[in-house]
Design a protein around this ligand. Sequence first.
Ligand SMILES: C[S@@+](CC[C@H](N)C(=O)[O-])C[C@H]1O[C@@H](n2cnc3c(N)ncnc32)[C@H](O)[C@@H]1O
Length: 267
Amino acid sequence: MPEKKKKKATTLPGYVVRNRASWTVSNAEYTAGSAHDSWAAKRITWGVWKVPEDEIKVLPDVRGLDVIELGCGTAYFGAWLKKRGARRVVGVDITPAQLATAREMNTEFGLELEFIEANAEAVPLPSASFDLAFSEYGASIWCDPYLWIPEAARLLRPGGELLFMRNSTLEILCSPDDAVVGEKLIRPQKGMHHNTWQDEEGGGKSTVFHISGSEQFKLLRDTGFEVTDFREIFAPVNAVDHPYYKWTPVEWARKWPNEEIWRARKR
Ligand SMILES: C[S@@+](CC[C@H](N)C(=O)[O-])C[C@H]1O[C@@H](n2cnc3c(N)ncnc32)[C@H](O)[C@@H]1O
C-alpha cells in the first residue's frame, strides 16, 4: 500500500487568528482609508511620528535588492523601497483585507510588488532568496520573535540584512492594559514575551510580542545575525498626537523613546 503523504501542519496559532480578526476591523476602520496617501508620500518616514528616513538614515541602499516585508499591511513601506530601486519586493501578511488594499494600491501605482497571504512565522518561500527582510510594526510586534526572527534568517542570503521597528521596551513596561502609557513601570521586564490586549470597546482581543533588549540582542546573535545598528526614536519637537494611535501621547514620547529600530546582518 502506498505510504500516505504526511500533511504539513496548516493550523494557525490562536493569537494569529485573533490578530487577523483585529486587523480585519482596523483595515475597515482606518488603514484602507490612509493607504493611498502613504503610498503617494514622497518621503520615507518611520513609525507613529513619521520620523523622516533622510534625517535618521538607517536604511541601506536598496537599489537592486530582493526585499521581503514581513507583516506588510497595506505595504506602503515596501512601495517606498520599490520606488527607491529595490529589484523585487514581496509583501507577506496574514490578513486578506490588508492584502486587498495593498493589491489595490499596487495596481493604482503600478509598482509591481508581489503579495503572499501567510503567517510571517512560516513563509512558503525558498530559503536564501532575499537580500533584505524588514518589518515596520508587522512581524516585529505581531509574531513570536522566537519564530519570526529565525524565519527571517532562513529567508535571507548570507550577508543579507534584517531591519525592523517595534515599540521600545520602556514603553511596554509603562503601558497599562486599558490606558495610555504612563510614567510608572507597571510590568516586570524579567520574562517579558507577549501581552494580550482588549481592542477598542466591543472589539476582540489582540496579542503583541515584545522581548527585552538584551533578549532581542541574544536572539539575533543566536540566529546568525550581527547587530549593526540600534536606534531609539523620540517624538520630534514639531510632532502632534497621532490621529488614531492614541496609546502614546506625544508629550510622553518627547521625553522617552517609544519606538526602536534594529538593523542586523546575517553572517
Ligand atoms: C501595523 S501593520 C504593519 C504594516 C505597516 N508598516 C503599518 O504600519 O501599517 C501590521 C500588519 O501585521 C499583520 N500581521 C499580524 N500578524 C501577522 C502574522 N502572524 N503574519 C503576517 N502578518 C501578520 C497584520 O495583518 C497587519 O497588516
